[in-house]
Design a protein around this ligand. Structure first.
Ligand code: G1P
Length: 293
């Protein structure tokens, strides 16, 4: 079945980026020249999703404004003959049909996804966590999941093999078997396990295709890790009732939910930009050539 809707949970407080996130939505932090959230939305659109549903909170107005028309700016840019910039900002607001739903209480990722029920209750839908930015030339990561859903049916989660020291930061999935290159039948999962309790080293990364049956499970889900309603806990039940597939995706992932990951992504993207590459290299070379203290 075609996946038309992609849900973006964006209500999180962004405490890892304080003080900047005291006022600015963390999803609006720049990755070179575009906000983090833009990369996820572009990926969803490139994967065929026509509707984007943002699950937002009161401090996230800047996201709404970013995807809205800005008549004043459009008018001024046009009047000043800056056609390229004009077209660029119009394109942002035309990217997709974007809907905003307020998550009134910070009860966790599972609760955020549950907030999309009024719009998504009758169909399979995608979820994208904007902190996880995927950069790849070929097939977008979300589309890799959608293709598996179209072929196999059921729900699909993105997986990455990770090192032991990072296990406790993620949801971790247990594979029953691998049907073909990188596609696993999932039979269990645990949110942020201790290393000794992890069922594998296959971590869940922030892209999902979900069955609407998830809503009933989320509604009845008790708080889990961190006292929050966890999507992973509801998915654990779902995989005992319906097929859930895991896809070890092709592509590069940057964890823009941490300062280190966000900075790495910025440096990497700057190195890949013909105009910015030398800026980064010059700083690094200067630093390397300084006498060691
Ligand atoms: C969320 C999910 C977790 C997943 C991670 C991927 O955790 O709960 O299962 O592995 O995203 O980034 P969070 O990073 O929001 O704590």
């Amino acid at each position: 079945m075609k996946i038309n809707k992609c849900v973006f949970p964006v209500a999180g407080l962004g405490t890892r980026f304080l003080p900047v996130t005291k006022e600015l939505a963390k999803e609006m932090l720049p990755l070179v020249n575009r906000p983090i959230i833009s990369y996820g939305v572009e990926e969803a659109v490139a994967s065929g999703c026509r509707e984007v549903i943002m699950i937002t909170g009161r401090a996230k107005r800047s996201i709404e404004n970013y995807f809205d028309r800005s008549f004043e700016l459009e008018y001024l840019l046009k009047a000043r003959g800056k056609d390229e910039l004009h077209d660029m900002i119009v394109k942002i607001s035309d990217m997709a049909e974007i809907l905003f739903i307020r998550q009134r209480e910070p009860l966790g990722l599972g609760h955020a996804v549950l907030c999309s029920e009024p719009v998504c209750k009758n169909e399979y839908f995608a979820v994208a966590l904007p902190d996880d930015v995927f950069l790849n030339e070929g097939d977008p990561v979300l589309n890799q999941l959608i293709r598996v859903h179209e072929k196999m049916g059921g729900s699909v989660i993105a997986l990455e093999e990770i090192n032991d020291e990072n296990i406790s930061r993620y949801g971790v999935a247990k594979s029953q078997f691998e049907i073909e290159g990188g596609i696993h039948k999932i039979i269990d999962m645990v949110e942020k396990p201790k290393l000794e309790e992890a069922p594998s080293n296959l971590a869940i990364m922030g892209r999902y295709v979900l069955s609407p049956a998830i809503f009933e499970l989320l509604r009845n889900q008790n708080p889990g890790s961190g006292g929050e309603i966890q999507l992973t806990d509801a998915l654990k039940t779902l995989c005992s009732q319906e097929p859930v597939w895991g896809v070890v995706f092709n592509g590069r992932r940057f964890d823009c939910g941490t300062q280190k990951g966000w900075l790495s992504a910025n440096v990497q993207l700057a190195l890949e930009d013909p105009e910015l590459r030398d800026v980064v290299l010059n700083i690094v070379n200067k630093e390397l050539n300084q006498p060691q203290s």
